[in-house]
Design a protein. Sequence first.
Length: 369
Amino acid sequence: MRVGILTSGGDCQALNATMRGLAKTLYQQKKDIEIIGFLDGYKGLMYENYRIMKPEDFEDILNLGGTILGTSRCPFKKMRVIENGFDKVAAMKKTYQKLKLDCLAVLGGNGSLKTANLLSQEGLNVIGLPKTIDNDTWGTDYTFGFQSAIDIATRYLDEIQTTAASHSRVFVVEIMGHKVGHICLSAGIAAGADIILLPEIPYDIEVVAGEIEKKVKAGKKHIVIACAEGAISKEESLLSKKHYKLKVATREGHSVVYEIANKLSHYIDKEIRVSCAGHAQRGGQPCAYDREISTLFGIEGAKLIMNKDFGKLVVFVNHRLDAIPLEETAGKLKYVDVQGDTVKNAKLMGISFGDEMTCLLYTSDAADD
């Protein structure tokens, strides 16, 4: 059996741990197994850039961040586009067939899994493993790399808390999350942020300013705002996709936190600073939880391959591993549930999401007992 493996899209901390779980299981259970690692994601599959892996290649990488195979971004929307006479899909199929692969394992996020589904529909045997720090892959409760990113973002916010307190400043801190705010929500709660701004909950700058003033009057000397990179105002949420992109382009690559800080300066009389956690959130060693869960993801992927159960994505649902068809998850995002318990409970303790002023929300008779 010949199995190809590639890592695609943005990197994260537990890619190597997942590959290790998959490879060691296949080597242990199949005598005739050969694993081919494609370098730099789908580009390796397109241009026949690969290496024959050996069992020792997967040793001592459990706690190694990044990916030993390298990665690259190959946007799904361009996969069918012929560029300079080069047909990407045809090239990938040709490499797969030339190497006589029995299966291709793709470790990737939403865009990468859309391409994996495309290849599956083209007749290739493909399985997917959900890689993204954003935890936004539809159909799974957890994606490997998410907890490691939360830990890093939380530590970053912790450190901002101390300097903000020392200088009685307001800090607007960018946390990764362009379309969804799972990292920002979890890290914001874990680090005690006063205000959390998410892509799923459009904010009102006057509400944000009002919340700051209210907390300051109550005796709070410093304020920390955890802001997802895709945070959006109520006014921006009314724009068409085209006009919103034009609006974002006016920032000239600068983070949204600069825009929010500038707006706040017109409403509050406090020193405001901005800070960005940046790419450190997907770098470094995976945390203990990611090492464990990624190993289990890899093992489950190996089981799909050995059982010839192709066209599936390994998922973690209700605390157990399972698999769903790639076509069910391709093109879908899992957003923060704005009506879910996490957001509602955060509001109960006074965390603002910038959409409305915090107030007494819990009116159950039991509260008076």
